[in-house]
Design a binder for this molecule. Structure first.
Ligand SMILES: Nc1ncnc2c1ncn2[C@@H]1O[C@H](COP(=O)(O)OP(=O)(O)OP(=O)(O)O)[C@@H](O)[C@H]1O
Length: 317
């Protein structure tokens, strides 16, 4: 099979996927999304990597997009889908995963648990919300990652300060109930194709409320309870993502979801592969390959092409 890992930064994780695909006997390339261009033309829609036409080169595209490339990256994926190439994630699911607010709304629609979260239009509106959410509370940028852009505030004055700064910068943010009993600990469950393949507990080492490994947190293997596993899988199904890192905290009311990370990292000293000994790269490649055969066996009409939530191309007629 001919596989393209479409990434942004060509990080260690991307190279692990490339190696895993090649070790399984596939032809594989690792391309940077910055080098991709496309022509939208009904007669000859084209996708190029540098000056090479790759419109029909690959059987499967496995995206790994960092947060700054969600828009361009998902547009490129959509172009592959229009050209009837299998893409292992739906562009819509990737976009949803990058928007903490919309993602929580999908969880809400499924009745899944997460800390009470608020959004308002004006700083005054946020002040009103603060009465409902209560202090201390968390303020999060909607597109934060690796624990940056997340603040714990203890008073209305602190909240006002951050809210006004974010508003002046034109940034979008939410406020959230602080789950104090999580005590700087959270759980990361790695999901591939509707299965939890690995999970670990992350703990901050310096009293920070954030457990992020990027901020110095450390990890250990963790076995999900049956209820936690069911919650995690319902969460990924709710946005239609295939590969994700689902984060949740354990609260006095049970597990509360924080986020569904799309294109999650899995390498590194405290990464989930090292901590659990589970080969995540293999799991991702195996899943994509398992989907490809079914995908190309489907019959398509040239009349209408639709994107399904799970990244499978559908056609009617
Ligand atoms: N409501 C909350 N109550 C308690 N702790 C929280 C809350 N929200 C976030 N945290 C802590 O802060 C960390 C970072 O939060 P969150 O996962 O929302 O942000 P992030 O920047 O997107 O991180 P990542 O990139 O790892 O997903 C969490 O891992 C958790 O330890």
């Amino acid at each position: 099979m001919n596989i393209c890992i479409l990434s942004t930064d060509q990080e260690k994780d991307d190279h692990r996927l490339l190696e895993a695909a090649r070790a399984k006997g596939h032809t594989a390339e690792l391309y940077n999304i910055r080098d991709i261009s496309m022509v939208l033309d009904t007669d000859k829609p084209t996708i190029c990597w540098r000056d090479k036409d790759i419109t029909k080169t690959f059987d499967a595209i496995i995206p790994r997009l960092n947060v700054n490339f969600t828009d361009y990256g998902t547009n490129v994926l959509q172009q592959f889908i229009c050209g009837r190439t299998y893409v292992s994630e739906s562009p819509a699911a990737l976009r949803l995963g990058r928007d903490k607010l919309k993602c929580l709304q999908y969880l809400l629609a499924r009745g899944l648990p997460f800390p009470a979260t608020g959004i308002a239009y004006t700083p005054h509106g946020f002040r009103q919300l603060a009465k409902v959410i209560g202090m201390p509370m968390i303020i999060k940028l909607i597109e934060s990652t690796e624990g940056t852009g997340i603040f714990l505030v203890n008073s209305l004055k602190e909240m006002d300060n951050i809210v006004r700064t974010f508003s002046q910068l034109g940034a979008s943010y939410i406020i959230q109930r602080f789950v104090a009993e999580a005590a700087g600990t959270d759980i990361r469950a790695f999901v591939v194709g509707g299965k939890v393949v690995a999970s670990m507990c992350r703990r901050s080492q310096d009293g920070d409320f954030r457990s992020n490994v990027a901020l110095g947190g450390c990890s250990e293997p963790y076995k999900l309870t049956a209820a936690e596993e069911q919650m995690v899988l319902s969460a990924t199904a709710s946005i239609g993502i295939n590969v994700s890192g689902v984060d949740f905290v354990r609260s006095n009311q049970g597990p509360l979801l924080l986020e569904i990370n799309v294109s999650p990292d899995f390498t590194g000293e405290q990464g989930i592969e090292k901590i659990t000994g589970i080969n995540i790269a293999d799991a991702i490649i195996d899943f994509a390959v398992s989907q490809v055969h079914g995908f190309y066996e489907q019959r398509f009409s040239s009349a209408r092409v639709l994107e399904s939530p799970r990244g499978i191309l559908c056609a009617d007629g």
